[in-house]
Ligand binder design. Sequence first.
Ligand SMILES: Cc1cc2nc3c(=O)[nH]c(=O)nc-3n(C[C@H](O)[C@H](O)[C@H](O)COP(=O)(O)OP(=O)(O)OC[C@H]3O[C@@H](n4cnc5c(N)ncnc54)[C@H](O)[C@@H]3O)c2cc1C
Ligand SMILES: NC(=O)c1ccc[n+]([C@@H]2O[C@H](COP(=O)([O-])OP(=O)(O)OC[C@H]3O[C@@H](n4cnc5c(N)ncnc54)[C@H](OP(=O)(O)O)[C@@H]3O)[C@@H](O)[C@H]2O)c1
Length: 283
Amino acid sequence: MNESLTLTDAASQTPAAPAKAAKAHLPDAQIVTSVKHWTDRLFSFRVTRPQSLRFRSGEFVMIGLMGDNGKPLLRAYSIASPNWDEALEFYSIKVPDGPLTSKLQHIKVGDEIILRPKPVGTLVHDALLPGKRIWFLATGTGIAPFASLMRDPETYEKYDQVIMMHTCRTADELEYGRQLVENLKADELIGEMVEGKLLYYPTTTREETPHMGRITDNLTSGKVFQDLDLPRMNQAEDRAMVCGSLAFNVDVKAVLESFGLREGANSGPLEYVVEKAFVGEGI
Ligand SMILES: Cc1cc2nc3c(=O)[nH]c(=O)nc-3n(C[C@H](O)[C@H](O)[C@H](O)COP(=O)(O)OP(=O)(O)OC[C@H]3O[C@@H](n4cnc5c(N)ncnc54)[C@H](O)[C@@H]3O)c2cc1C
Ligand SMILES: NC(=O)c1ccc[n+]([C@@H]2O[C@H](COP(=O)([O-])OP(=O)(O)OC[C@H]3O[C@@H](n4cnc5c(N)ncnc54)[C@H](OP(=O)(O)O)[C@@H]3O)[C@@H](O)[C@H]2O)c1
């Protein structure tokens, strides 16, 4: 066991700041404690957690910065850390001319961000009926809610097998998830629980890597079931959570329905749930 690893170290490359590095000035301010840039369009960061904030792994909150007009500029962000973690982690896109992320990408340890402590979302265990296997299906930054759920012991208590399918265009865009899974398996607290249960299936679509192809295609063709030695997805045993672009979500829903799974919600649990990773068609 690598003693320097903790469950949340995937994002911790810059030294952690003291719990409260500076006095907060913004409304609902939290202090940035680490930042890691993964590519020129992806980064992750950790901030202090409000003592009163309770959330279910998989939920999202509104975070942001003060805008030039003196009003908070907020966007929805999935909490990437699990609910037991003392800090909060986020995994973010950098949109070159995006109102928030063109600025947020420059945050440093000790800076303040605004965090509205009202977590919500559909990617929660309560929205699914009990099952044997849970499939986490994500493209791009859509892995963020699953970074939380993969680190939550409840996920492994509820399911015999947890399958993380993550697809990006290129290998470097998979790296946040890859390191997270690697560290998780080596972790002294949850590593044993995860061993043999967490099946990680990363694929790329525009760069040659060992596993290629869109999630929809690998499900429809049956390739992923063959590769992982699993039965074809079915209503009795399989549950799924989906998070990606609108086009991905629409297409993968059709695939899940073809296997007999039905969309559930907090108010009416069924076999799968969906959340948008972002609003809009593309950068
Ligand atoms: C429920 C929910 C959860 C979200 N969770 C996250 C998260 O964990 N991490 C994250 O980076 N974003 C997340 N987003 C998107 C986020 O709210 C912002 O859109 C993003 O931070 C960009 O903000 P912006 O102001 O710079 O640009 P915006 O004006 O908000 O977006 C500009 C354009 O950039 C594209 N875009 C925005 N976000 C993304 C993205 N994540 N991946 C690819 N293209 C994108 C879209 O085409 C959008 O129209 C989430 C959105 C929703 C609805
Ligand atoms: N990723 C980059 O290097 C990059 C760089 C600059 C700008 N952008 C822009 O940023 C925006 C978001 O890019 P992104 O790469 O984060 O997200 P994305 O375009 O949604 O692609 C992410 C992954 O999802 C797959 N995918 C897309 N639509 C799908 C669908 N309907 N069904 C199944 N799989 C689907 C893609 O496969 P395919 O490759 O087969 O589409 C890709 O592997 C895009 O508009 C893009 O133009 C991206």
